[in-house]
Design a binder for this molecule. Structure first.
Ligand code: AMP
Length: 280
């Protein structure tokens, strides 16, 4: 494993490898098994894996959220080392990375950016697309790995690549969960043990929706979710949506031959958690 904080040093090291076999896993650090699953998959499919660890300030709409975002570089490096993969870690600082570059780009992703996270986190996807486009340009990766945990982000990156003709294949990877079903997230470390246990309700609710999907209409399904979280007083439900899995447009009723996915965002102990599940 090698570590670079400077872009030109990273580029220099990458130049030793065949660009056809460079895997890339962008992260914001505070790594857990979800991130490691991406690194392990990338490692089986490429000669070298670039892992970026960068808390991207321009994708945070809430300054407190940015200030409180966990940062555990030493532990992250140990975890990467333990995967036994051939990794290059890129850990830039924001001033260097964005020097002489535009940080207020506006993207259009055929409406995907306006749904769910886009409604509640102004500018979030502009910040995500800016950093990912830049990192794709720097790493020149042949394949990049993203978790379905952030399904809307994955859809946005697929659009970015197709709209800008970027020669990187975007690969979605399944959600890794805690034993109680809670989707692994760096933000989980901000929760008390009690909240972490209680947060199993998120996935249980999604599973219930999946089970009842065939025999219920969308308002019935939405009512199940709102009742569930009204009874769980420590939680605040931000949104629950049933969307077309490809366009991510929100639907009010079932149509034939469409693949649906349910998406949820909740707060507990001031920590924002998101999750999703495919329904059919
Ligand atoms: P983050 O560090 O939260 O920006 O996440 C970096 C990458 O890891 C993104 O592609 C996430 O979707 C992915 N990821 C985060 N949590 C999980 C998880 N529980 N399972 C699978 N992938 C994940």
């Amino acid at each position: 494993m090698t570590i670079h904080t400077l872009e030109h040093e990273l580029i220099n090291e990458i130049s030793k490898f065949d660009t056809k076999s460079i895997g890339f896993v962008p992260t914001m650090g505070a790594l857990h098994q979800g991130h490691l699953s991406l690194i392990e998959k990338a490692s089986t499919e490429n000669t070298v894996v670039i892992v970026s660890i960068f808390i991207n300030p321009i994708q945070f709409n809430n300054p407190n959220d940015l200030a409180n975002y966990p940062s555990t570089l030493e532990a992250d490096l140990e975890l990467i080392q333990k995967t036994n993969s051939n990794c290059i870690v890129f850990h830039p600082n924001a001033v260097d990375l964005y020097k002489n570059r535009k940080t207020n780009k506006k993207y259009s992703f055929d409406g995907i950016e306006k749904q769910m996270e886009g409604k509640f986190r102004a500018n979030h996807f502009n910040g995500v697309a800016t950093v990912v486009e830049l990192l794709f340009e720097i790493t020149r990766a042949s394949k990049a790995y993203f978790g379905e945990k952030d399904y809307q982000q994955l859809a946005i990156i697929k659009k970015l690549v197709s709209k800008k003709n970027i020669p990187t294949k975007v690969i979605g990877c399944p959600i890794v969960r805690e034993e109680n079903g809670l989707a692994m997230s760096s933000r989980n470390t901000k929760l008390s043990q009690n909240a972490r246990n209680e947060a199993s309700i998120i996935f249980k609710t999604l599973q219930k929706i999946k089970t009842q999907f065939k025999d219920s209409n969308f308002s019935e399904l939405k009512k199940i979710v709102s009742d569930q979280f009204q009874n769980a007083s420590n939680f605040t439900l931000e949104y629950f949506e049933i969307c077309n899995e490809t366009t991510l447009s929100s639907h009010q009723r079932k149509q034939k031959n469409i693949k649906y996915r349910a998406f949820i965002a909740v707060y507990i102990e001031n920590v924002r958690l998101i999750d999703n599940i495919s329904l059919n």
